[in-house]
Write a protein that binds this ligand. Structure first.
Ligand code: SF4
Ligand code: SF4
Length: 375
């Protein structure tokens, strides 16, 4: 018998081991590295993976294709170390390496905040960009996870209740305007994308043309899109539908089953929350006419630590990202690609975004500070 290892053919050359969901369970889920992006569930051809409240689980038939493993932002593979080798990823995504800790960028702006009762100020700016981009024909759909009707209801084994985040999509500019965000439980962002492809075109295995999609999500979920695309399994049509990504800066997300009992201790019923606000070290929930505040320390057992540890504070691989930075008036906008630069500049021309005067070196140093430690 030959001692040569068995090789698995892939579109990017042979690999010695094709890893599957069992490996994802061992390498990522059981080691608490899951950022709950739902990329694994979204690329699974048999819908075998369900996003339960806290982690993905295999509840269906696995045909051992491996797509889930290689789409996961936390995995590495032969010839590709994923985000552990950020210089490699920078070069593959942007064609150049970063010179700042907050990543490769083309332009930084500070813009006036936009009022929106269903979105935090930075999300409202991103909604305006996503609406404009759709109106001008840059994309035909927006995938996100917020508080709207879930698109993959039948696929979600968790109960969608109260303020829990759920995957959704918008197909018209007026729908983008109505998107409800402000989520605080970890959002299954990429299932919104799968929802578009499945529900509009009958499945990504049928070889049909799928719409061009913009994805809105937290930094580590934009990474999922790139990880899936750059891996050997990245030929899946699902991830190829994405033509634009928008990210809000890092914030803490909570695991629902662990969060609910902590909220209940102060009489907060998840189903009765009517508004939410993040502070720098706490979060406030509005119930009736009262605001109830919880420090992050109190909520610590329910924080998704993998999101903390992913360490992407500014949406390093999004076309555009937005966030609030202490000491800066207005919303900081990081524009990382040519397409985003064109869109933002058109919005400035049309008065749809208002640029503010700011000290660029100060903002850049504050962005680098988000990464902790020295510069
Ligand atoms: S069928 Fe493929 S994508 Fe689905 S769980 Fe199995 S290995 Fe993962
Ligand atoms: S990080 Fe994303 S792709 Fe990886 S296991 Fe968790 S939900 Fe699945």
């Amino acid at each position: 018998m030959s001692s040569e290892p068995k090789l698995w053919p892939t579109p990017y050359g042979p690999i010695t081991q094709r890893k599957i969901f069992a490996n994802l369970l061992k390498d990522i889920i059981r080691t608490n590295k899951c950022v709950y992006c739902s990329a694994c569930a979204s690329v699974c051809p048999t819908y075998a993976i369900q996003m339960l409240d806290d982690v993905p689980r295999l509840l269906g038939v696995c045909i051992k294709c491996g797509y889930c493993y290689y789409a996961c932002p936390g995995t590495v593979e032969e010839g590709f170390q994923g985000f552990g080798d950020y210089k490699d990823v920078d070069t593959r995504v942007f064609g150049t390496e970063r010179t700042e800790r907050f990543g490769v960028y083309r332009k930084i702006y500070v813009v006036e905040a936009i009022e929106d009762e269903d979105a935090f100020p930075e999300e409202a700016v991103l909604k305006a960009i996503l609406k404009f981009g759709m109106e001008k024909g840059y994309w035909g759909a927006v995938a996100y996870a917020g508080r709207d009707t879930p698109v993959t209801e039948g696929l979600l084994s968790y109960q969608v209740v109260g303020w829990k985040s759920r995957p959704s999509y918008a197909l018209k500019p007026s729908d983008v305007e109505r998107i409800k965000l402000k989520v605080f439980t970890h959002p299954p962002t990429i299932l919104g994308l799968r929802g578009i492809v499945d529900e509009l075109k009958g499945g990504f295995f049928q070889g049909v043309e799928v719409p061009q999609v913009a994805v809105l999500g937290p930094p580590e979920h934009i990474r999922s899109i790139w990880k899936g695309r750059l891996s050997w399994a990245g030929h899946t049509k699902l991830l190829r539908t994405v033509v634009f990504t928008a990210s809000y800066f890092h914030r803490k997300f909570f695991q629902p089953t662990k969060l609910l009992p902590i909220l209940a201790k102060k009489g907060v019923n998840f189903n009765n929350i009517s508004d939410v606000e993040y502070g720098s070290d706490s979060i406030k929930f509005k119930v009736g006419d009262k605001w109830v505040e919880f420090s992050f320390e109190e909520l610590e057992p329910s924080i998704n630590k993998a999101i903390e540890e992913a360490g992407d504070m500014t949406g390093e691989y999004a076309d555009v990202s937005a966030g609030r930075v202490e000491g800066v008036d207005g919303i900081v906008l990081i524009v990382r690609t040519e397409k985003a630069e064109e869109i933002v500049s058109r919005m400035f021309d049309e008065g749809l975004l208002k640029p503010l005067d700011f000290d660029e070196s100060l903002v850049k140093s504050k962005l680098n500070e988000l990464y902790g430690g020295g510069s």
